[in-house]
Write a protein of this length. Sequence first.
Length: 137
Amino acid sequence: MRDIVFVAVGGSVGALARYGVGLAAAKFLGRGFPWGTLLVNVAGCFVMGIVMELMLDLEARSPDSISPSLRLQMAIWRQGVAIGFLGALTTFSTFGADTLRELEGGRPLISLTNVVANLALSLAAVWFGVALMRAID
């Protein structure tokens, strides 16, 4: 039950963050490109890189050395942040819809730019998240 609550709370916050970023991106960057989707995908991938490195570090420890408090923190990061928050924040279904809409609207260059930008920047963001955590460690 605890894990379900973490996913639900994280998902609610992630969905609200996604909505807010979409509104802000449209206001400040315009509606000529799906900036909101790109921003949440890149930011979400960056945070996922951080979470991945944290989880790998924690999981590398001996099971006997993991305290109940640390197990709770791991559950919050895994269920609350990675699954709930990032699952609701990052929007590859919206990415697909944005890309297809641009393509069907006769804007193949915008469509292709959206694909390349989301893929390249999101992969780079995961790498930067992992690199940041390794540099801190």
